[in-house]
Design a protein around this ligand. Structure first.
Ligand SMILES: Cc1cc2nc3c(=O)[nH]c(=O)nc-3n(C[C@H](O)[C@H](O)[C@H](O)COP(=O)(O)OP(=O)(O)OC[C@H]3O[C@@H](n4cnc5c(N)ncnc54)[C@H](O)[C@@H]3O)c2cc1C
Ligand code: FES
Length: 1220
C-alpha cells in the first residue's frame, strides 16, 4: 500500500499497487506499508489477517499477503466497505487455490451488512430460512468458523502517516531530483518548465507515470531507457478544473482518481450532460484491476494508444481536446481518429498536460461496450465507444461517431460509415445499413493477429445493435409518446451482468457429541500456517535469506521447435556485468538426464522453450541481461510436429497404445437403434500455481553434500535426480520442502530437473544458486495439462440407453515422456465416469510432439477424458430428444458392479450424491424457471446442467501408496511430527496434526510440524493422486500408536498424571520417545496386458449442478449458482476438504471456459503471463456456491473412514452454457 499526502485536498490517500511495476524512484515522498507492517504474530495480528486465516481464505498462502493488503487498503479508505467496493478491490488479485469465496467472506465481515448474507434474492438472510433448514437436519453443520471470535476493527490502531512526509507535500521543493542507476537515470523535475526543458534535452526519454506500459516493456521485452522522466511533482499534470463546458483533467491523474472525480461530477450534473462521463465510468470499473488503476495515468493511457484501450474510443467520440505543451509553447489538438490512428503524433519534446472532456449536448447519447475473457482485469477482446447527436427533439441523426478497439493495431473509427448515416432516422433500416457499412469499413482480415475473427466481427455488430436499442430506450424515456415501444423481450440485450458478491452455504456432518472436545478430528480446524500466510511470515523458497556468495540463475531456451545444436557462443554473455559462468550440458558431472529427457539440451533441441544453457550471475537482473547475449546456432530438422493430428500422421508416439474392453461392441452396434460418431478437441491448461518453480541449491564444504530447498511435490525424486546429475550417492543430497505455493501436479516432476540444473551450476561455480523461474519462463518451459483429441462412436436405443461405445483418445505429450503414459492410462481407466456402458472399448495413446513436455495436472487425464464422455452423452440426449440428466441417470451405475477394468465397487453413494444434488439444487423447479425465463427473453438465456462423478483416487501400483512418518516426543511434552507428504496448500500438515492429536490424546498446541526433508523421512512418494493425507495419516497414526503403547504402562500406573509427567517418567525409565511410522499401502495391481486389475483403493463420488446465464449477443456468461454434493465420508477436516472442493471447482471453471493456451503454428507459446492467460478471478465465482458433504457412510479402508474429496465433476458449467 502506498500512502501520500494530498496537500490541496488536505487528505492522506492510500492505494494498493502492483509492486513489481512500481519503480523505487517513484516512491519519493510516499509511505509504504507491506503485509509485515500491518500486523505480526510477534506483536498483534490485524483483524484482516485474522479473518482471512480463520475463515479459511488461505490454502497455499502465496496469494494471501496480496489479498490482505487489498482489503487492508480498502479499509483504510472505507472502514465499512460496501460489497461492490470489496469486489472491485479484489478484482485485481488472483488466487489459484481457494475459489475466492472464503476470501470474499473475510472481507465482507467488515461490511455493515455482513451479519446478513442476503442470500435470498429478496435481500433476506439465509439464516432466516436456508441455513436453518440445513441446520435442522440432524447433525448437519454450516459453520466453518466462529465469527464471534473476530477482533473488531479499530481504525485508531493504524499507523500514523509520517509527519515529515506531510510537511514535504505542503512545502514541495522545486529542484530537480535525479537518481542514477546502473543503466537508467531517473529525473523528477519540480516544475512544468523544468519538465519541458528536460523533454527537449532528452526527447527519447519516456514520461513515466504509472509505468504500466513502460514497465512491462522494460521487464519483459528488454527495452532499455537510459533516461526516464517522471512528472510526479509537476502540479499542472494533476489539475482538476470544472467549467460549464466540461471537465479538464490533468494527464498525470491516476485512472482511479479519474473514476472518483467522474463519479462525483455525474452525481452533481443532470444525466443528459454527463453521457460521456457515464460511459467512461462504466469502463473504469472493469478496466484492469484496482491496483493497476491506482497506478496508470490518464495521459499514459491516451498517449500509449493501445489497441484495446477502453477509454480512447469513448474520449474519441466525446470530442475531447488534448492540451499539449513543449518548451516552444502550448497547443490544443482534438483526440480524434487521426490522433488515435497515429497520424497526429505528439512530437518527442511535447508533453500531454491535461485533457478537456466536454459535457454532452442535450440530444447527444454516448455508450460504451466491451467484451473480455473475464469481467474484470482482462483486456477487451473488442470494445467500442459510440455517440449519436440528434437534431433537436427529432430522431434524425445530426452527428454520429463509432470507435472500435481490438480490431486493428490502434483504435479504429468508422468515420465514413457514420458520415453516410447522417440525416437518417434512428430506425431498423438505418441499423441494418449501419451494420453493413461498418463491416465494410472496419475490416478484419481472416489472418488478423489475435484470431477469433468471426467472433470479433460479431461483437462489432452486437455492440452496434445494443447501442441502437440503448438510444431508442433513452429517446423513449425523454419523449414517451414520440417513439414506439421496444418489446421487453429484446430489451434484455442492454443489461450487462452485474458484479455480484459470491456467497454460499457449506454444510457437513457435525462430529459425534460424545467425541472429546480436545479431539480435533472431524472439526473445521484452521490451516496450520493460516496466520503466518496472512502476516507474510510464512517462508517460501524465495523468501529464504541470501546465502553467502549466492548466485542467481537465468535460463536460455531454445527458439527452434526441432533442430540440431550446432554451437553455443557464450563469450559475450561471460563478459557481461556480474556474470560468473554459463552452464551447458558439458558441465554436467553425472548423467545429463536420460536419452529421452535431457536436462540441458545436448546436440539437439526438441521444442521451443527447452533449456539450452543457464547463466549464473551476482544478481538476477545481470543473469537475465546476459541470457540475451548467448548466441546459439541451430540447424532446423524436419518434421516439426505440433498438433496431435501431426503426430498421428507421422506416427510419433510415446509408448504403446493402451486398451480396455468389455462386452462385445461389434455385436452391440448391430442391435442398437441409432449410432452417432464425433470428435472432440480439448485444449491444454497451465497450472498457474502462484509461486513459480523455485529452488535454492547450497553446496556444503564436505563430502559433496548438498542442501536443496525446493518447491516440489516430490522431494525424493528431486534428491534422486540431483544425485544422478552430480554423480553422487543420494545420501549426500538433502532436499527440504517447507511449503509449496501451489502445485496442482506441476511440481511433481519438473522441479527435479530444475534443481538438477541448478545443482550443476552450484557444482561448477562452487556457489549457492538461487533459481526462481519468472512467470513467462515457467509457462514456456514446464508444460501443463495434456490437450486431448477424442473420437467416439456410440450406439444407443431410442430411450437413451447406451449399449455400445468405441472410444479413441490421443493426448499431446510434448517432446519427452514425463508422465504422459500414465496420464493416458488414467484417462482410459476413468473415462466411463459414473456410467455403465455394457459394451465398451477404449483405446488411447500419448503423442510425441515438438512442444514442451506436458505433465501431471489435477485430475490426471480425468477432466479431459470424462469431458468427452459427457459430450457423447449429451449428443445421445439430443438425438433422443430427451433431457440430458435423464440420459445420464439412465446410464449411471445402479448396483454393485465392476468397472471397465473389472474392479468391483458399490455405487450407492454415487446415487446418493446425485439424488441429493437434484434435491438441494431444486433442479427440476429451477430448470422449469429457466425455460420460462428463456421464453421471455430473447437475447439472454439460462441453462442448468447436472453431472455426476465417480473418481478413482490413487495410483495403479501398490508401492505408490506407502508412506512413512517420524514422531518425537520431547521431555517437555512437546511433539514434533515429520511425514512424507508435502504441504501444497491442501492442508496435509493441519490434518497430520489432527491425527497426532487424536492418537496421542493431547491438544494440537503440543504438536509441531516443521519442514519435510529427505533425511527425516527417506524414499517418500510424491504427494498427489488425492491420497497424501490418507496414507501419510496412517503412517503418523502408526508412529503415534507405537509411542502411546510405550507410554501406556506409565499412564495406567498414574492415570491422574499429566502428559508432561508421563513423558518425563518414560524418559527416566529409558523408554524411547521417538518412533517411525509406516504404512505399506493399498493393493493396486492394474494389468494392462489383461486389461484388468484394482487401481484405486476407493472411489470418490459427487455431483454438481450449475446454472448459467448467457448473453447471446456477446458470449458473456455468468454462473449464477452451483450446488456441489461430495462424498468425503468422515472428513478429517471439513473446512480443508470444502476448501479443496471449491478451489478445484474454480480451477475447472477456468479449464472449461476461459483458460486457453495459444501457440504459433511452429509451437511457440504466446500465452506467457497473466495478461494473455486468464485464470478465474473473483468475478468468475458463482453468485451462489453451495457445497455439502454427503452424510457420511464408513470408508473403513482409509484413515478414520475418511475420503479425500475430489471435485472433478466441475465440468457442469460448460454443459449449462450449452443448455442455455
Ligand atoms: C495488468 C494490466 C492490465 C491492463 N488492463 C487494461 C484494460 O483492461 N483496459 C485498458 O484500456 N488498458 C489496460 N491496461 C493498459 C493501461 O491502461 C495503460 O498501461 C496505462 O493507462 C498507461 O498509463 P501509465 O501511466 O502507466 O503509462 P506509462 O507506462 O507511465 O507511460 C506510457 C507511455 O505514455 C507516455 N506518457 C505518459 N504520460 C505522458 C504525458 N503526460 N505526455 C506525454 N507522454 C506521456 C510515456 O512516455 C510512455 O511512452 C492494462 C495494463 C496493465 C499493466
Ligand atoms: S491460497 Fe491463493 S494462491 Fe494459494
Amino acid at each position: 500500500m502506498i500512502s501520500r499526502y494530498d496537500a490541496i485536498a488536505e487528505k492522506i490517500r492510500h492505494f494498493s499497487v502492483t509492486a513489481c511495476l512500481v519503480p523505487i524512484c517513484s516512491l519519493y515522498g510516499a509511505a509504504i506499508t507491506t503485509v509485515e507492517g500491518v500486523g505480526s504474530t510477534k506483536t498483534r495480528i490485524h483483524p484482516v489477517q485474522e479473518r482471512i486465516a480463520k475463515s479459511h481464505g488461505t490454502q497455499c498462502g502465496f496469494c494471501t499477503p496480496g489479498m490482505v493488503m487489498s482489503i487492508y487498503t480498502l479499509l483504510r479508505n472505507h472502514p465499512e466497505p460496501s460489497p461492490e467496493q470489496l469486489m472491485e478491490t479484489l478484482g485485481g488479485n488472483l488466487c489459484r487455490c481457494t475459489g475466492y469465496r472464503p476470501i470474499v467472506e473475510a472481507g465482507s465481515s467488515f461490511s455493515p451488512s455482513s451479519s446478513c448474507c442476503q442470500m435470498n434474492r429478496d435481500g433476506r438472510c439465509c439464516l432466516d430460512q436456508k441455513q436453518n433448514e440445513h441446520e435442522s437436519k440432524a447433525n448437519v453443520c454450516t459453520k466453518l468458523y466462529e465469527k464471534e471470535e473476530f477482533q473488531p476493527l479499530d481504525p485508531t490502531q493504524e499507523f500514523i502517516f509520517p509527519p515529515e512526509l506531510m510537511r514535504m507535500a505542503e512545502e514541495p521543493q522545486k529542484k530537480v531530483l535525479t537518481f542514477h542507476g546502473e543503466r537508467t537515470t531517473w529525473i523528477t523535475p519540480g516544475t512544468l518548465n523544468d519538465l519541458l526543458g528536460l523533454k527537449k534535452k532528452y526527447p527519447k526519454a519516456p514520461l513515466v507515470v504509472g509505468n504500466t506500459c513502460v514497465g512491462p516493456d522494460m521487464k519483459f521485452r528488454e527495452v532499455v531507457h537510459p533516461v526516464i522522466l517522471s512528472p510526479a511533482r509537476t502540479l499542472e499534470l494533476f489539475v482538476v478544473a470544472t467549467t460549464e463546458e466540461g471537465l479538464t483533467l490533468g494527464a498525470g491523474l491516476s485512472l482511479a482518481r479519474v473514476k472518483d472525480i467522474l463519479a462525483d461530477v455525474v452525481w452533481k450534473l443532470p444525466e443528459e450532460r454527463t453521457q460521456t462521463y457515464r460511459a467512461l465510468l462504466k469502463h473504469l470499473s472493469t478496466l484492469a484491476g484496482q491496483q493497476i488503476r491506482n497506478l496508470a495515468s490518464l495521459g499514459g493511457h491516451i498517449v500509449s494508444r493501445l489497441t484495446t484501450s477502453d477509454l480512447n474510443p469513448i474520449l474519441g467520440v466525446g470530442h475531447c481536446i488534448l492540451n499539449i505543451a513543449s518548451i516552444e509553447g502550448t497547443q490544443h489538438i482534438p483526440l480524434n481518429s487521426h490522433f488515435l490512428a497515429g497520424d497526429a503524433n505528439l512530437k518527442p519534446e511535447q508533453v500531454l498536460v491535461s485533457v478537456f472532456i466536454p459535457v454532452s449536448e442535450k440530444w447527444a447519447f454516448v455508450s460504451a461496450f466491451r467484451q473480455a475473457p473475464r469481467q474484470q482485469n482482462a483486456l477487451a477482446t473488442v470494445n467500442a465507444g459510440m455517440r449519436v447527436l440528434f437534431k433537436d427533439g427529432t430522431h434524425t441523426i445530426a452527428d454520429l461517431s463509432i470507435f472500435y478497439g481490438g480490431v486493428g493495431p490502434t483504435t479504429r473509427s468508422a468515420t465514413k460509415s457514420c458520415r453516410q448515416l447522417i440525416g437518417r432516422c434512428w430506425d431498423e433500416r438505418m441499423l441494418s445499413d449501419a451494420c453493413r457499412l461498418v463491416l465494410d469499413e472496419v475490416t478484419l482480415p481472416d489472418s488478423a493477429p489475435g484470431g477469433m475473427v468471426e467472433f470479433r466481427r460479431t461483437l462489432m455488430i452486437s455492440f452496434l445493435f445494443k447501442f441502437y436499442l440503448d438510444v431508442l430506450q433513452q429517446l423513449k424515456m425523454r419523449d414517451p409518446s414520440g417513439y414506439p415501444d421496444t418489446s421487453k423481450k429484446f430489451l434484455d440485450a442492454l443489461a450487462d451482468f452485474p458484479l455480484t458478491t459470491p456467497r454460499g452455504i457449506q454444510s457437513y456432518e457435525r462430529v459425534d457429541p460424545q467425541q472429546p472436545p480436545q479431539d480435533p478430528v472431524g472439526r473445521p480446524v484452521m490451516h496450520q500456517s493460516g496466520v503466518k500466510h496472512a502476516t507474510g511470515e510464512a517462508v517460501f523458497c524465495d523468501d529464504m535469506p541470501a546465502f553467502s556468495g549466492e548466485l542467481f540463475l537465468a535460463v536460455v531456451t531454445s527458439t527452434r521447435p526441432h533442430a540440431k545444436l550446432i554451437s553455443i557462443d557464450a563469450s559475450e554473455a561471460l563478459a557481461s556485468p556480474g556474470v560468473v559462468d554459463v552452464i551447458t550440458a558439458q558441465d554436467v558431472p553425472g548423467d545429463n538426464g536420460s536419452e529421452e529427457e535431457r536436462l540441458y539440451a545436448q546436440d539437439k533441441v526438441a521444442c521451443v522453450g527447452q533449456v539450452v544453457c543457464t547463466v549464473a550471475a551476482d544478481s538476477y537482473a545481470h543473469a537475465k541481461q546476459a541470457t540475451q547475449k548467448v548466441k546459439i546456432e541451430y540447424e532446423d530438422v524436419e518434421p516439426v510436429i505440433v498438433s496431435i493430428q501431426d503426430a498421428i500422421k507421422h506416427r510419433s508416439f510415446i509408448g504403446p497404445e493402451k486398451k480396455l474392453e468389455q462386452g462385445n461392441i461389434e455385436a452391440a452396434f448391430q442391435s442398437v437403434d441409432q449410432i452417432i460418431e464425433g470428435e472432440v478437441h480439448f485444449g491444454g491448461q497451465e497450472h498457474f500455481y502462484m509461486e513459480t518453480q523455485s529452488v535454492l541449491v547450497v553446496p556444503k564444504a564436505e563430502d559433496k553434500e548438498v542442501d536443496i530447498y525446493v518447491s516440489s511435490q516430490d522431494a525424493a525424486f528431486t534428491q534422486e535426480m540431483v544425485a544422478h546429475t552430480l554423480g553422487v550417492p543420494k545420501n549426500r543430497i538433502n532436499c527440504h520442502v517447507k511449503r509449496v505455493g501451489g502445485a496442482f501436479g506441476g511440481k511433481a516432476s519438473k522441479p527435479a530437473s530444475l534443481a538438477a540444473m541448478a545443482a550443476v551450476a552450484a557444482n561448477k561455480t562452487g556457489h549457492p544458486i538461487r533459481f526462481i523461474l519468472e512467470r513467462g519462463d515457467d509457462m514456456l518451459i514446464t508444460g501443463g495439462r495434456h490437450p486431448l483429441l477424442g473420437k467416439y462412436k456410440v450406439g444407443f436405443m431410442n430411450n437413451g440407453k447406451i449399449e455400445a461405445a468405441d472410444i479413441e483418445y490421443h493426448i499431446n505429450g510434448g517432446c519427452t515422456p514425463d508422465e504422459s503414459e500414465m496420464v493416458i492410462e488414467y484417462a482410459l481407466l476413468k473415462l466411463e465416469n459414473a456410467y455403465k456402458i455394457p459394451n465398451l472399448r477404449v483405446r488411447g495413446r500419448a503423442c510425441k510432439t515438438n512442444l514442451p513436455s506436458n505433465t501431471a495436472f489435477r485430475g490426471f487425464g480425468f477432466p479431459q477424458g470424462a469431458f468427452v464422455t459427457e459430450v457423447w452423452l449429451a449428443a445421445v440426449a439430443a438425438k433422443c430428444n430427451l433431457p440430458p440428466e435423464r440420459v445420464r441417470e439412465l446410464n449411471m451405475y445402479k448396483a454393485i458392479d465392476k468397472t471397465i477394468h473389472k474392479q468391483e465397487f458399490d455405487p450407492k453413494n454415487l446415487r446418493r450424491c446425485w439424488e441429493k444434488c437434484l434435491e438441494s439444487s431444486s433442479y427440476y423447479i429451477r430448470r422449469k424457471a429457466a425455460e420460462e425465463f428463456n421464453q421471455q427473453h430473447y437475447w439472454k438465456k439460462r441453462g442448468l446442467a447436472i453431472i455426476p462423478m465417480k473418481f478413482s483416487v490413487g495410483f495403479p501400483k501398490s508401492f505408490y501408496y506407502q508412506a512413512a512418518a517420524l514422531v518425537h516426543i520431547y521431555t517437555d511434552g512437546s511433539v514434533l511430527v515429520a511425514h512424507g507428504g508435502v504441504e501444497l496448500g491442501q492442508g496435509i500438515n493441519t490434518k497430520m496434526i489432527q491425527v497426532a492429536s487424536r492418537e496421542l490424546k493431547i491438544p494440537m498446541s503440543y504438536i509441531h510440524l516443521g519442514e519435510m526433508n529427505t533425511v527425516t523421512v527417506p524414499n517418500t512418494i510424491g504427494t498427489g493422486g488425492s491420497t497424501g493425507a490418507d496414507v501419510n495419516g496412517k503412517a503418523v497414526q502408526n508412529a503415534c500408536q507405537t509411542l502411546l503403547r510405550r507410554l501406556e504402562p506409565i499412564i495406567s500406573q498414574s492415570p491422574q498424571g499429566s502428559w508432561e509427567e508421563w513423558v518425563n517418567e518414560a524418559f527416566t525409565q529409558s523408554i524411547s520417545l521417538s518412533a517411525t511410522g509406516y504404512f505399506r499401502g493399498y493393493r493396486a495391481d492394474m494389468d494392462w496386458e489383461k486389461g484388468e486389475g484394482n487401481m484405486p483403493p476407493y472411489f470418490v463420488f459427487g455431483a454438481a449442478c450449475s446454472e448459467v446465464e448467457i448473453d447471446c449477443l456477446t458470449g458473456a456468461h455468468k454462473n449464477t449458482r452451483t450446488d456441489i454434493v461430495m462424498d468425503a465420508s468422515f472428513s478429517i477436516n471439513p473446512a480443508v476438504d470444502i476448501g479443496q472442493i471449491e478451489g478445484a471447482f474454480t480451477q475447472g471453471l477456468g479449464l472449461y471456459t476461459i483458460e486457453e493456451l495459444k501457440y504459433s503454428p511452429e509451437g511457440v507459446l504466446y500465452t506467457r503471463g497473466p495478461n494473455q492467460y486468464k485464470i478465474p478471478s473473483v468475478t468468475d465465482v458463482p453468485e451462489e456456491l453451495h457445497v455439502s458433504l454427503l452424510t457420511p457412510t464408513p470408508n473403513p479402508i482409509a484413515i478414520y473412514s475418511s475420503k479425500i474429496p475430489k471435485i472433478d465433476c466441475k465440468c457442469c458449467k460448460p454443459w449449462s452454457i450449452a443448455v442455455a
